[in-house]
Design a protein around this ligand. Structure first.
Ligand code: ADP
Ligand code: MG
Length: 362
């Protein structure tokens, strides 16, 4: 056979053998393969993934090169890997933040489980992989994101046309109530004020184009959660819990709330999961083993992975240099990157599946 008998469908048929592990379909049916060009024995094409945070990126590239390279008449294969984050499939129009493809609230049943630490590190992980990321600190009772990210300068507020330009830290756009409060100042929040704040954080903040906007929620189930779900379509919530039974029981309340509000749950992250001994490297299950994984299975929710309990994670946060930047090769940074990949995969699953998130109106 000679090279000029090779057709585009030969190439596509070969590539049908590559299946996306999360979406359970082949990459041709999913529409990932683009710009197939055949020039004599040279074949080139693009594989467009649903997220830059894709752990199988290199595997796909190698497989695609091999499969097409095996076709008769092919002398060289050039595979270009790109990504385009798919927007949430809500039917309701996202008027408040039209450039934001996915809004992902990070929630927990109670405070102190590491929600802010996890949100900040996941945001940095996604940005580091090439995604456009924003982080909205909606925890009005303890806004800690500016401290964790070491952001000193607040947003630029343009009063004349009600625009707030968020500062950028480590490649992510950040907004927090902490920027608007004097140190030590306390506010007694009432329902309408909270709704107003959410409205401004969504409508007035110039988020621009974002693949992912993570929202660090206050703990528990209150007005903020409710108004967020009412105002914009959410791709899905991520729940952070520690492994103890009590923590998981309160996490369940947060899960119930999102389910009631018809907001999909992307999965559970277990934080402070286990302790790795600095001297012997042995794993110590401080709070018992696998609690969140079991809870996720019981509740039929994806388990997004575990982050160890480590002094390094806390000190890095205290210094405003999250561990992902402070020590990117540490097992802790790797754990955050793995969870970020799993979360991005679940977001893709949500957006590529039939039923999109629902916007609730009361
Ligand atoms: N995996 C972890 N290992 C060690 N310390 C952690 C870890 N996650 C969070 N922390 C620390 O626990 C405290 C509470 O975390 P934070 O992210 O503020 O929780 P939340 O936002 O849920 O209230 C902080 O001092 C933080 O540095
Ligand atoms: Mg917090």
């Amino acid at each position: 056979m000679t090279s000029n008998t090779l057709t585009e469908s030969d190439v596509l048929n070969a590539l049908r053998n590559i299946e996306d592990p999360d979406l359970h379909q082949d990459i041709v049916s999913l529409g990932f393969v683009k710009n197939v060009r055949i020039d004599g024995g040279k074949v080139s094409f693009v594989i467009e993934m649903t997220t830059p945070a894709c752990p199988v990126r290199e595997k796909f590239q190698t497989e695609a090169t091999r499969l097409v390279g095996q076709l008769p008449g092919v002398a060289a294969v050039d595979v270009q890997m790109t990504s385009q984050v798919r927007p949430s499939r809500a039917e309701t129009k996202n008027d408040l933040i039209p450039g934001v493809r996915n809004v992902v609230p990070v929630a927990s049943g109670k405070g102190g489980v590491g929600k802010s630490t996890v949100s900040a590190n996941l945001a940095i992980a996604l940005a580091g992989m090439g995604a456009k990321v924003g982080l909205m600190d909606a925890d009005i009772y303890g806004p800690s994101i500016p401290m964790i990210l070491g952001v000193k300068d607040g947003p630029e507020v343009i009063e004349s046309d009600r625009r707030i330009i968020p500062p950028e830290a480590h490649g992510i756009k950040v907004i927090s109530m902490g920027f608007f409060l004097e140190e030590g100042q306390a506010i007694i929040w009432r329902g309408p004020m909270l709704i107003q704040m959410i409205q401004q954080f969504l409508g007035d903040v110039q988020w621009g184009e974002l693949d992912y906007l993570l929202v660090d929620l206050p703990p528990g189930t209150g007005d903020i959660q409710l108004s967020l779900c009412q105002k914009i379509p959410l791709t899905g919530a991520v729940i952070v819990s520690t492994p103890q039974d009590v923590a998981l029981k309160v996490a369940q309340k947060a899960i119930d709330l999102f389910r009631t509000l018809k907001c999909p749950i992307l999965g559970i992250i277990e934080n402070m999961s286990h302790f790795i001994c600095r001297h012997c490297g042995e794993r110590e299950e401080v709070f018992g083993n696998g609690g969140a994984r079991r809870a996720a299975a019981d509740l039929d929710i994806p388990f997004l992975g575990e982050i160890p309990l480590a002094t390094e994670i806390r000190t890095a946060s205290d210094l405003g240099r999250p561990i992902l930047l402070e020590d990117p090769e540490s097992p802790y940074a790797k754990a955050f990157r793995r969870v970020a990949e799993d979360m991005a995969a679940q977001i893709s699953v949500q957006n590529m599946s039939g039923a999109g998130p629902v916007k609730i109106t009361f």
